[in-house]
Design a binder for this molecule. Structure first.
Ligand SMILES: Cc1cc2nc3c(=O)[nH]c(=O)nc-3n(C[C@H](O)[C@H](O)[C@H](O)COP(=O)(O)O)c2cc1C
Length: 172
């Protein structure tokens, strides 16, 4: 079985919780979950397939553990690695910065050679601006989740998105 490394950071637990929901959509043992607070750059070398989760904090800033890891991240070679991103934010409370950190994460790993999959349509969201947009603003670079304003949509979004990335990863 192909192993997938899921790396996440979380200040208040929402991203950790969603990482667990994503893990549950895959067969037992397929996903190794790493809290970025305890991760080492070498951990990233173990996987060809990765899922990276990051919430945005403090008006468009990185979550604190990702921020601490950032310099190391910039030194990691992602050449040919298949990566899917998910981000958490609050589209009403911080609508000018919704999911910005996911966009910043995308820029670094793509710049370092990653093939980013799992782009996601913005249709069911209401926000002003985001650094996580692509395709002329029609899609996010990864799955957008909002446990503050649209908690009721999280399960459905995760089910649909994980089916999409399994397909894109060639896992059927
Ligand atoms: C002080 C504060 C600042 C925040 N800033 C942003 C922001 O700039 N953009 C955004 O999309 N969400 C923002 N959020 C919402 C968080 O990203 C959201 O609550 C998320 O679920 C937190 O994830 P965590 O529990 O894994 O840390 C902010 C929340 C707080 C309390």
């Amino acid at each position: 079985m192909i192993k997938i490394g899921l790396f996440y950071g979380s200040d208040e637990g929402a991203t950790r919780y969603c990482a667990g929901l994503i893990k549950d959509q895959f067969p037992e043992g397929q996903i190794d979950v790493h809290d970025i607070a305890d991760a080492d750059p070498a951990d990233f070398g173990e996987y060809e397939f990765m899922i990276l989760g990051i919430p945005t904090w403090d008006f468009g800033e990185l979550q604190s553990d990702w921020e601490e890891f950032w310099e190391k991240l910039e030194g990691i070679d992602f050449s040919g690695k298949i990566c899917a991103l998910f981000g958490l934010g609050d589209q009403r409370g911080y609508g000018d910065y919704y999911l910005d950190a996911m966009g910043m994460l995308n820029d670094v790993i793509e710049g370092n050679g990653a093939i980013v999959i799992g782009n996601w349509p913005i249709d069911s969201y209401d926000f002003e601006a985001s650094k996580a947009l692509m395709d002329n603003g029609t899609h996010f670079v990864g799955l957008g989740l909002d446990e503050d304003q649209q908690e009721e949509l999280t399960n459905e979004r995760i089910e649909k998105w994980t089916a999409q990335i399994k397909e894109e990863m060639g896992l059927g």
